[in-house]
Design a protein around this ligand. Structure first.
Ligand SMILES: [Fe+2]
Ligand SMILES: [Fe+2]
Length: 306
């Protein structure tokens, strides 16, 4: 396993290439252009919110979709801690630092757009949202990958998970303006996952052992970045029941395409005994995750959403 500085140095050309690709592909957009301000009204301080206050262009939201919107926004609100983690892993210099800052700037737009939409439409309780945000950001609990290699693996999985969750939530919203906000955010997350996924691919080549250990650990212990949110387990249950995000989605749409297809972990060469053992554990875990996914998919009430 390579030490972090050596791996960062080895990956300098890769990060430069991926940063350039990202800058060439991503398009400028403005959160305010996606918020339906015409539906807003002045707040009444202290007023208790109720479901009937919402203006969703004639559509209704299920409790599960409301949970998903709350969790997705609070996840974006926790950005200061993701920035801290990623800058600690990558450093502030050169293309690494340029990427971290650019990525942070893009992530900042996500909460602005979702928050704007939720406030003008009154789709969820604004007092509850703000109290949850205060609790979550004051707590500062976020997944903290222990090595650079773990970080590469986690970031790729997490960005794709976030993309899937935003997309699936948007598809269940009915309101075209809400759908549009979630798709816009999801398309940013897609570019982020491509960056981290391909960075991890380059890291596998440079340090197959370290990456295999990191990937195995992150697949084993993966949790969505929303773990610090008050009532997270309850929300996660609802979100899973609605088919927005559950272990089956996680397996079929994240682990299989990234770990098995893109990283092609079965075919990685150059492993020592430590790396081989990690791969064995990883493959056993993938087989188990497939069994769980299949069982869940059979019970799922709605067809796959993404
Ligand atoms: Fe985001
Ligand atoms: Fe992202």
């Amino acid at each position: 396993m390579l030490d972090a500085q050596r791996l960062l140095d080895d990956l300098d050309p890769a990060v430069e290439r991926l940063l350039e690709r990202h800058l060439a592909t991503s398009k400028e957009w403005f959160p305010h252009e996606h918020v339906p301000y015409g539906r807003g009204r002045d707040p009444i301080p202290g007023e208790q919110w109720s479901v009937d206050d919402a203006d969703l262009a004639g559509f209704e939201l299920s409790d599960a979709v409301r949970s998903a919107l709350l969790v997705n926004l609070l996840t974006e609100d926790n950005l200061p801690y993701y920035f801290r983690t990623v800058e600690k892993l990558f450093g502030a210099d050169g293309a690494w630092g340029t990427w971290v800052r650019r990525w942070t700037a893009e992530e900042g737009r996500h909460s602005m757009a979702i928050y704007g939409y939720l406030m003008v439409t009154r789709a969820i309780d604004p007092h509850h949202l703000e109290r949850c945000r205060m609790a979550q950001v004051s707590g500062g609990i976020t997944p903290n990958p222990e090595t650079l290699q773990d970080g590469f693996a986690y970031l790729a999985l997490q960005e794709l998970a976030t993309r899937i969750s935003h997309r699936a939530t948007g598809k269940l919203m009915g309101d075209p303006a809400g759908y549009d906000v979630m798709m816009k955010v999801a398309s940013d997350e897609n570019l982020h996952q491509l960056f981290y996924r391909d960075l991890a691919t380059a890291a596998i080549e440079a340090d197959p052992d370290g990456m295999m250990v990191g990937i195995e650990r992150q697949v084993a212990g993966f949790s969505m970045p929303g773990i610090g949110i008050p009532g997270f387990n309850e929300h996660a249950k609802r979100i899973a029941q609605a088919g927005i995000y559950d272990l089956s989605v996680h397996h079929e749409q994240i682990l299989v395409p990234i770990v098995l297809r893109t990283w092609n972990v079965e075919q990685v060469t150059g492993l020592t005994a430590e790396g081989e053992q990690a791969r064995d554990r990883l493959m056993a875990r993938m087989a188990k995750s497939e069994r769980v996914a299949r069982r869940l998919a059979e019970r799922r009430p709605t067809p796959a959403l993404v």
